[in-house]
Write a protein that binds this ligand. Structure first.
Ligand code: NAD
Ligand code: DAU
Length: 357
């Protein structure tokens, strides 16, 4: 791995992964090219104070732009693609699904085609030195009943939201490029991430931000839905292991082994803030049950025995430590928070999603 193209590297997980790669203790000769369209979810703020910034090149652009992608692969002699760029918020996919099809399906197809042409047709680099890694989600597997076993790599796909369906489509395309063309490729399906730099439309940063400003904390339905929470640097480490040691053609499930109900997550954040930033009333008094998400998946859980067995990966962070680190990061970075709060698009989103709930 010498010249890595990271797509979506100005977003939440992508920017944490760029930091992870640039860390001096990892590949010392590495160059990172970061392609990101800077949609509402991406920001150059996420790329401030990078370690070894001379090894990082940022390109603002769209993964659906075929000529741009083709040119980047050639110009930077890209040997590794780590593909994060996507539309990622389930609630937005319910209200406006089209950008999800464009970026997640067409964008992934565009990248796969560019890699096939550069690596397989042009034979630009030795095949054993190249790798396409496609970053995906546990949501492609659908929802679990309380008694069901956790999702494994062989669980049939049953995506329930337009977001999940668009990611499932991209997974199928990625898999087919390995099967048909032998494009060196791996896929990871990961559970819910949280941590520094997550856009505050997702549950945990939204709750922290609302709690800090004394606003209601919206809990969908009865709050008993279950997600499998993973601290973001654990996800970065898992992806790095897959790229460097994982077998081409394989899918790896990644999860946190932390599966509390949403309401418990919200209450835990409230209790942390009571200690770190107390209000006159306990933060729990801000909790407000609101109309549920249409088609809301009830429960996710990941079986991570394959990645544990083959690559020796398992999460390092407990939920308590991860949530504390996340809240402390948000408190220590008021400029990052203020920049998002100033975005008109963000306020419009909050009105659109929460006003009529
Ligand atoms: P995010 O929404 O925070 O960031 C997405 C990034 O992609 C942004 O920087 C955005 O500007 C960029 N982008 C969007 N459309 C683009 C386009 N057409 N061209 C170039 N860049 C574009 O997302 P995230 O939460 O960091 O998720 C990253 C990846 O991980 C996604 O593929 C997502 O499906 C997957 N994933 C996320 C989670 C999670 O809990 N957040 C869990 C599992 C998998
Ligand atoms: O499971 C992996 C997926 O996790 C990723 O693929 C997605 O990109 C990511 O957005 C996330 O999807 P979720 O829908 O699970 O995440 P979100 O943070 O939006 O919601 C988490 C849970 O909290 C979910 O059950 C819905 C609920 N929720 C969410 C919001 C925003 C609330 O109760 N209130 C809210 O205001």
């Amino acid at each position: 791995m010498k010249n890595v193209l990271v797509t979506g590297g100005a977003g939440f997980i992508g920017s944490n992964f760029v930091r992870y790669l640039l860390d001096a203790s990892r590949e010392s000769q590495l160059q990172v090219v970061n392609l990101d369209a800077l949609t509402y979810a991406g920001s150059l703020e996420n790329l401030r104070d990078l370690p070894r910034p001379e090894r990082h090149t940022f390109i603002q652009g769209d993964i659906c732009n075929r000529d741009l992608v083709r040119d980047l692969l050639r110009r930077h002699q890209i040997d590794t693609i780590v593909h994060f760029a996507a539309e990622t918020h389930v609630d937005r996919s319910i209200l406006s699904p089209e950008p999800f099809i464009q970026t997640n399906v067409i964008g992934t197809f565009t990248l796969l085609e560019a890699a096939r042409k550069y690596w397989l047709e042009k034979k630009a680099l030795p095949l054993e030195q190249v790798r396409f890694h496609h970053v995906s989600t546990d949501e492609v597997y659908g929802t679990l009943k309380p008694e069901d076993p956790a999702f494994s790599e062989t669980t049939p796909y049953a995506p329930n939201s337009p977001y999940a369906a668009s990611k499932a489509s991209s997974d199928h395309l990625a898999r087919s490029y390995n099967h048909t063309y032998q494009l060196p490729l791996t896929i990871s399906n990961c559970s819910n991430n949280y941590g520094p730099r997550q856009f505050p439309e997702k549950l945990i940063p939204l709750i922290i931000l609302n709690a800090l400003t004394g606003k209601p904390l919206p809990v969908y339905g009865d709050g008993q839905q279950i997600r499998d929470w993973l601290f973001v640097t654990d996800h970065c480490e898992a992806i790095h292991k897959i790229i460097t040691q994982g077998r081409s053609g394989e899918t790896y499930n990644i999860g946190g082994n932390n599966q509390p109900a949403n309401l418990t997550i919200v209450e835990t954040v409230c209790d942390l803030l009571d200690e770190l930033q107390p209000l006159a009333e306990p933060h729990r008094s801000l909790i407000k049950f609101v109309t549920d998400r249409p088609g809301h998946d009830r429960r996710y859980a990941m079986n991570i025995s394959k990645i544990k067995r083959e690559l020796g990966w398992q999460p390092r962070y407990s939920l308590t430590d991860g949530l504390l680190a996340t809240v402390q990061w948000m408190l220590a970075n008021p400029d990052w928070v203020a920049a998002i709060q100033k975005q008109r698009e963000y306020q419009t989103w909050l009105d659109k999603n929460y006003d009529k709930r």
